[in-house]
Design a protein around this ligand. Structure first.
Ligand SMILES: NC(=O)c1ccc[n+]([C@@H]2O[C@H](COP(=O)([O-])OP(=O)(O)OC[C@H]3O[C@@H](n4cnc5c(N)ncnc54)[C@H](O)[C@@H]3O)[C@@H](O)[C@H]2O)c1
Length: 261
């Protein structure tokens, strides 16, 4: 066995909630390139179709599943459909979330409706999808690995009306450590990546403001925002056997931003 075989996902099945999104679709493609078969789950099948095609072009198999990650019954069905098609689930990459740039309010008047929306989109979705998958992994007894997407905003404030998002990502980082602690006995590892701004439609409106973008880039030692391709190497490391002694960790993918704070 070659030293790099531990990075291979041959024979593994990965579930990507939010797999039609900018980061989720890049993850789905990379998981497939590393050898996994992939269940791409998002709000509608139509949203998943293109990503299923991208996975198949990489030479793997994929299924598209429509599920609302804030509904427990949908998450259970998503897991059941994945197992029905592929026989197992080894990996979950939680890529539902975001919304940060859409609801910016002063901290002292942050409206409850927008707070609840950001919490549902980021925390409830990750919680319910992971609970359903974890129950299946625990009963199958083969272990597994979960990758959450937190954000540097879990650790850093930003003077731009981000109260709900920083709280949501703080929760994702905390749950990453909590689940790693509770599920180690089942051989389930749980880690997260913590990107800074990634050039995606979600943050396009924020980054379109040249003053805002210059302020962001100025604080990043490597002098640019992230690209989705910057995330996939770390993701493959964290979900594969290459990281078999790594759990409960939150890896900054931020061009050095958090190193400066
Ligand atoms: N883009 C960035 O700059 C950035 C930076 C740090 C962290 N992140 C995090 O990365 C993750 C993915 O972000 P993205 O930029 O790819 O966003 P995106 O909007 O492109 O992808 C999110 C996907 O989740 C799906 N989704 C939303 N609610 C859902 C629900 N209830 N049920 C099922 N699917 C649902 C959407 O349809 C979408 O396809 C988020 O958690 C985000 O907070 C993004």
């Amino acid at each position: 066995m070659g030293q790099l075989d531990a990075f291979s996902l041959d024979g593994r099945v990965a579930l990507v909630p939010g797999g039609a999104g900018a980061i989720g679709s890049a993850m789905a493609e990379a998981l497939a390139a590393a050898g996994a078969r992939v269940a791409v789950a998002d709000r509608t099948c139509r949203m998943c179709d293109d990503v299923v095609g991208r996975v198949e072009r990489v030479g793997s198999e994929a299924i598209g599943i429509a599920a609302d990650m804030t509904v427990e019954a949908d998450c259970d069905r998503m897991v059941a459909e994945t197992i029905e098609r592929f026989g197992r689930i080894d990996i979950v990459v939680n890529a539902v979330g975001g919304g940060a740039g859409k609801v910016l309010h002063p901290a002292e008047t942050y409206p409850r409706a927008d707070w609840d929306w950001i919490m549902e989109l980021n925390v409830r979705s990750t919680l319910l999808a992971t609970q359903s998958a974890a129950r299946a992994m625990i009963s199958a007894g083969r272990g597994g690995s979960v990758l959450n997407i937190s954000s540097v905003r879990a650790n850093l404030g930003i003077n731009a009306g981000y109260s709900a998002y920083v709280a949501a990502k703080g929760a994702i980082s905390s749950l990453t450590r909590q689940w790693a602690t509770e599920w180690a006995k089942y051989g389930i590892r749980v880690n997260a990546i913590m990107p800074t701004f990634v050039d995606t439609p979600q943050v396009a409106s924020l980054l379109a403001d040249p003053t805002f973008k210059a302020g962001v880039v100025d604080r990043i030692p490597l002098g640019r925002v992230g690209e989705t391709r910057d995330l996939v190497g770390a993701a493959i490391f964290l979900v594969s056997d290459a990281s078999s002694f790594v759990t409960g960790q939150i890896l900054g993918i931020d061009g050095g931003l958090t190193a400066t704070q």
